[in-house]
Design a protein around this ligand. Sequence first.
Ligand code: IDC
Length: 469
Amino acid sequence: LALVAATAVLSVDGARVHAESPSPQRAGELRIQGRWFLDEHDRRVLLHGVNNVDKTAPYVQPGDGFTVTAEDARLLARHGFNTVRLGVSFDGLMPNRGELDERYLDRVAHVVDVLGAEGIHVLLDNHQDGLSEIWGGNGFPEWALESRPFPGEPNPGFPLYYLMPSMNRAWDEVWNNSNGVLDHLGDALAALAERVSDKPAVLGIELLNEPWPGTAFPTCFPAGCPAFDREYQAVHERLTERIKGVAPELPVFWEPNVTWNQLMPTHMADPPWTPPITDERVAFSFHDYCLASQAATYLGLPEELVGACPAQHELTWSHADDFVARTNVPAMVTEFGDGDPRVLANTLQRADERFVGWHYWHYTSVVGSAEERRDPFGGELGKQLVRTYPRATAGTPESMDFDAETGRFEYTYQPEPATAPTEIYVSDRHYPNGYEVSVRGGRVVSAPGSSVLLVESTGSEPVTVDLRA
Ligand code: IDC
């Protein structure tokens, strides 16, 4: 077996032609192995991309929210992005009790195809903010819930509306499966899974964006809430089973309850626990906002508080590290940034150090202004987000460092058999006069100056790639 694999490593011609031709490579199916995503060539894949979440009905239609056109997909691919977190909505999937909207499913499937054709892996995110339009948010359909705002109850809007007593009551309905709300959600997600299960570009389904604990929320401070998380985990297990029933291969992304964003750890998968999570179908989706920066943006708290951001990110990542250590599943940062360039490096450096993939929040904030439309990833944002990075590694990554100021990229990995060479996307923002590269333990097999650098190992020693402007 080893011999076959080793022979295959040497036949790189197909991949070589591919990477150098301008035509995109379709997104192939990824699978989970331990804490890695592997591609069809057995390479470890790193995912960089953006969020695209349309929060107004009919959710994935061209309109005021956002549009994913082939042009967007090409733009993202051109800047080296290989993933999009695409919002889908329970309200969109099941606008009436028990009735699926097939046209909505078709539209989601269409957007997946458009992105997949450009090599972009799509994470389908069952999005919600503020539970439902009932509270001025989005996500759960009105028919699914009985609670309504109390007469005269003030609604402070996002994000403080999570403190509204009526909304907390409604979240309790969700966790108690009142009127079968979770069963309906399971049906809706299973229908989505079934609809996309033959599409290799689908990275997975994220069960629920930023779930709020409901009236249990005070128990989550200051150390997280094991009792709530146990219940919450059971919900995740049930929904995961539901999806596996129709799409056994499709990864399912679990997300901690959203007191995580207020720096609480998750107690999901706390021991003792017999995990379905080691069955190589589950991944971890977490958000890495700086609480101080968010408080400045949304609550008008002083900007100086962003000084506290590095420490806050550190805490969030230690919580993520703990979760990954006890589950050994892949993690991804599925939201961060929120238009604040001051905090980007905090997330991106930590993600690089751990080879954790990410989705920047949010694509429409990138293409908002006329200037941004001309050059969406220009300026500070592009300098940070458009990175030189190993999209696919024929081996196990050991260390990586990218300097967003100078474009210097240093990467070491332990080579292992794979059927295609290591593929490094070279940023189009950092090397106006081309780049220089030196490789130890391997050799470059792409053409000089290629935007995708292909590297092959020459032995069993670690491969080190050093690339600079
Ligand atoms: C924000 C949008 C903002 C909108 C708000 C409520 O950027 O324009 O008013 O939602 O719909 C999250 C959420 C994500 C938020 C994002 C940024 O998952 O939907 O988008 N954020 O605030 N959690 C923390 C931050």
